[in-house]
Each structure stands twice: as structure tokens, then as C-alpha cells.
Design a protein around this ligand. Structure first.
Ligand code: GLU
Length: 509
């Protein structure tokens, strides 16, 4: 086992869009694989044809690509262990179901759905808490354990529909080690005879999953906690198929919880609290309902990935910002927590803000100039760059730039009312015309000179600069807050500042 190349798989069922929990599962798989110099495989688990949604597979691929997870083997990429879509591997499963029947670990069952319902009702009436097809009840049902060999053969020859079920032993303990949870022990009396092969000729998830993990030489199965109850069954399948020595290491990830910690994070929480739960926009093909994605909300993929990585894993140090490479280096399953992590929408924004701040001004200006062009604003690229450099400190998303900093490109259309009603008075009316004149004769239009002139003008008029500072900002920008005041003044330029001041005084007096 030690010498095997690490191979992990992300195995989504294309029944809908990828939820951020799914992206995190993919990410932890990816990080582990890359850290160990291994392969990241995408396997599409589409054995449930009734729930298949075509657009979902594309959505999954796009989401992984946006996050920067490169698929080493998968349906589009190909690879030596393909095909990577279970529906295209249909033929490879039956022989293993047959092998299990031969070795006495599985059996045919002919029960109709009415008979199964009848069995459940009978057990419920007898006060059995969880009625199941299991070591006890199978004795009363129509299967190859209760029917004669001839009868079974006859039914099969006549084309009667049947399923193949695993024969769970009656009194055994199944033990396995989970890389996150430690030792897990389950008694077989708690397990049921799950269907491995369906009457439509398709394997169920359980059989297909085990066969594919074996054939694809998977070394680590990292998946959501909801699969933990299935793990004992999988362990038995590995044993009965004789593959125990190559059984992958199992790791079941804890849930991502609602912001208040009560239960699993769902799409409804996102709708209710106004944050996306999908990486990319998604339109439900049936209802036409649109859901937002992190990408379209304006998140940088690096920020999204960093935020997700920290949702359940911790590096053991206070460091919070990690590049993708740093995550790869730092990641280990040992540092994934056992309990669920609360999703914090504010923290997600905070991550984006951290990445926004470190972005190159030119790169941000490139993004911002697109929305300026749409507004038919044509200004020098260097000016846009300088604006970005000032406002990136104060914003969380590039799509907030216009709302936050439109006054760099047009005169304010109104003034913050609170500041005006609190601060505009006789001294202000005296101060600003004098300031405008003083600034007009200033030769060196630089932030510290501007600040000096502002203060000395106030002192000359015996006005406390603090009383007129915020008004100054409002006259220039209309807004009560913003970037560093005198740097903003410098960037707006002499002519514009003086004209805004004079216009403002006219309007307010
Ligand atoms: N197809 C399963 C899912 O949708 C995969 C579970 C596993 O990784 O074994 O989550």
C-alpha cells in the first residue's frame, strides 16, 4: 500500500449543481493529491438515470476549472482507467455481482414493490423501529435464499425482474479506520441487505463505487459525512471481493453548517441571508429558477478557494491567507476537524477583500475600465489605476468600485445629508471660498501640501479644522466616507477640486 501512487477521485452525481460543500470535497481531494504528487480524478457517478441532469456535468467541470483544480483523468481529459462516466462502464459491474453470488455473499431477490411495502407495514405494525430487508426479514421474502434452486433458475429464465442484494452477516462487528474520525465500529445487526444490482441492469452506487475505486487504483476516498453510514457496507464489499489489501484510506469530511450552526447549510439559507451556495450561477432546467454563484458575485477564485479550505481544515498556526501552492504544501487530513464548520458569509467577503488589496492596480483598472466603458466614460488608464489604488483599500469587490468611487469620474449629484445638516454653518460658509482661493494659488498639488494649506487656512480664520474636514470630503465626493482625504483631493486635480468647492458653496448657502 505504501508504495502506491496517491490517486484520489471526486465522484459527483450529476443530479444538480455543485454546492460549496461539494467543491470543498473536491478541493480537499485535490490538495491531498497534489501534496503527495498524486493524481486527481473526476468520475461522474450517473447510475441513477432518473435523476440525471445534463447541465449539471458541465457545471461541475466549469466550477472545478474556475477554482483552479486541474483534472488529471476524467470524462473530458481521458486517461488510462476510463471511461470516467459510470453509465459508460455498465459492463464492468455485473461480473462482480455474480462473483459475490457465487461466493455466497449476495443473492437474487424477486420481491415486487408491493411485497416490499407489505413487509414494511407488517414490521411497523409489530413495532419494529426501522423495518429493513436484513438477516432476519430476508427469511420471509422471495429470494434465492428461500426459494429452491430450480425455482430461482425458472424465474430468471422467464425474465422475471430481480435485484441482487448483499448478504449481510447476522452477528459481526465491522471495524475500519477513518483518517478523520479514527476507529469506527458498526454491528451488522444495524445493517441491511442493500441492493447492489438493480432490475434495470445498472449497479447501485455502492457496487459501482467499490468496483471503480478498485479498478481505478484509488488510494484515498475523501467524501462527505453523509456517506459514513455506507462505509461499513463498502468495507464488507472490499473483503468479500478479496480486495482488502488495496482498500483505500477512508476520510469522511464533517458538514458545512448554517451560519447559526443549526444543521447543514442549504440553498435556502443562501436565499434567506443573501449569499451564494453555488460556485457558479445555476439555472434549474426544470423550474427555470436562477441561483447566484460566487464567480458572478465578484469573488476572486483564489479568495473563494482559500475561504473554503479553511472551512473544516486548519493549518495549526494563525495564518489565514494561503496561495493555492501554500495550501497544497500545508494541507493534511490530520488537521481536518471532526465537527461541522459554521459558514460565515462575512468571512467569505473578508477573504475577497484581502485578495482585492493585494491585486495589482493595473489588473484592477483593467476590470474597472470595462464597466466605465459601458457607461461611456473615457479616461486615461493611468488615472483609473490611481483611483483603483486608492479605493481598493476600502472595498471588498471590484463590482463595488463604481458605487464607491463614481465621483472620481463625475461631479457629485447630491451631498450626504447627515453631514451637511450637522456641519454646514456660518463658519463653513466663510471657510470654503477662502480655501478655494488658497488652493488656487498652490503650485505644488500634492497631498501633504494640500493638507498644510487646508489647516493653515482654517487656523487663519480661527476655525477648528476638524469642524470642516468632513464637509470638505462631502463637497468633493458627495459621500461621508471614502479613501484618504488629501490623496483623494490630489488625484481629483486642482481644477476639479476648486470648481467642486465653489459649486458646493453656491448650492448650500
Ligand atoms: N456519487 C456520490 C456523491 O454524489 C459519491 C460519494 C463518494 O465519494 O463515494 O456524493
Amino acid at each position: 500500500m505504501e508504495n502506491r501512487k496517491v490517486r484520489v477521485r471526486f465522484a459527483p452525481s450529476p443530479t444538480g449543481p455543485l454546492h460549496i460543500g461539494g467543491v470543498r470535497t473536491a478541493l480537499y481531494n485535490y490538495l491531498l493529491a497534489k501534496k503527495m504528487g498524486g493524481d486527481f480524478i473526476l468520475r461522474i457517478e450517473d447510475t441513477d438515470q432518473n435523476r440525471y441532469i445534463e447541465a449539471a456535468e458541465e457545471h461541475i467541470l466549469d466550477a472545478l476549472e474556475w477554482c483552479g483544480m486541474k483534472i488529471d483523468e476524467g470524462p473530458k481529459t481521458g486517461g488510462p482507467y476510463g471511461p470516467y462516466r459510470q453509465s459508460e462502464r455498465k459492463e464492468s459491474y455485473r461480473e462482480f455481482a455474480d462473483q459475490l453470488i457465487k461466493s455466497g455473499h449476495a443473492y437474487y431477490a424477486f420481491d415486487t414493490s408491493e411485497e416490499l411495502t407489505e413487509m414494511r407495514e407488517r414490521l411497523t405494525a409489530a413495532k419494529v423501529a426501522a423495518p429493513q430487508y436484513n438477516a432476519v426479514t430476508r427469511e420471509t421474502m422471495k429470494n434465492s435464499l428461500t426459494l429452491s434452486e430450480d425455482e430461482v433458475k425458472k424465474r430468471i429464465d422467464e425474465g422475471e425482474p430481480y435485484v441482487i442484494r448483499i448478504k449481510i452477516p447476522r452477528k459481526e462487528e465491522v471495524r475500519f479506520h477513518d483518517a478523520i474520525r479514527g476507529w469506527v465500529v458498526v454491528h451488522t445487526s444495524q445493517m441491511d441487505d442493500k441492493v447492489l444490482f438493480k432490475s434495470d441492469g445498472m449497479p447501485t452506487y455502492h457496487l459501482a463505487n467499490i468496483v471503480d475505486d478498485y479498478k481505478m487504483k484509488i488510494t484515498h476516498v475523501i467524501r462527505g459525512e453523509e456517506w459514513l453510514p455506507s462505509a461499513p457496507l463498502h468495507v464488507l464489499l472490499y473483503r468479500y471481493l478479496g480486495w482488502e489489501d488495496v482498500m483505500p484510506i477512508l476520510a469522511h469530511l464533517p458538514l458545512i453548517l448554517k451560519p447559526d450552526g443549526n444543521g447543514k447549510l442549504s440553498k435556502r439559507d443562501g436565499d434567506r441571508l443573501g449569499f451564494p451556495v453555488f460556485p457558479l450561477n445555476w439555472m434549474d432546467p426544470k423550474s427555470g429558477e436562477q441561483s447566484h454563484g460566487y464567480k458572478e458575485r465578484g469573488y476572486f477564485p483564489e479568495a473563494f478557494v482559500n475561504m473554503l479550505a479553511m472551512l473544516g481544515w486548519n493549518p495549526g498556526t494563525p495564518q489565514e491567507i494561503f496561495t493555492f501552492d501554500e495550501l497544497v504544501q500545508a494541507f493534511s487530513l490530520e488537521r481536518v476537524g471532526k465537527s461541522g464548520s459554521k459558514f460565515d458569509p462575512e468571512k467569505a467577503k473578508w477573504y475577497n477583500q484581502q485578495y482585492l488589496r493585494t491585486r495589482d492596480d493595473a489588473e484592477l483598472a483593467e476590470i474597472f475600465s470595462k464597466s466605465l466603458v459601458e457607461k461611456e466614460i473615457n479616461v486615461d488608464f493611468e488615472y483609473i489605476k490611481a483611483v483603483c489604488s486608492l479605493i481598493k483599500e476600502k472595498t471588498q469587490f471590484t463590482n463595488e468600485f463604481w458605487d464607491f468611487g463614481n465621483y472620481f469620474f463625475q461631479k457629485p449629484s447630491s451631498y450626504d445629508e447627515k453631514v451637511v445638516s450637522k456641519r454646514w454653518n456660518e463658519s463653513a460658509e466663510r471657510f470654503f471660498p477662502v480655501l478655494a482661493n488658497a488652493l488656487e494659488s498652490l503650485n505644488n498639488w500634492k497631498a501633504d501640501e494640500l493638507e498644510g494649506t487646508f489647516k493653515s487656512t482654517a487656523e487663519d480664520l480661527e476655525i477648528n479644522p476638524g469642524q470642516v474636514m468632513q464637509l470638505f470630503r462631502v463637497l468633493l465626493s458627495g459621500q461621508a466616507g471614502g479613501p484618504v482625504l488629501f490623496e483623494m483631493t490630489e488625484l481629483l486635480g486642482k481644477e476639479e477640486v476648486i470648481s467642486r468647492l465653489r459649486e458646493g458653496v453656491e448650492k448650500l448657502k
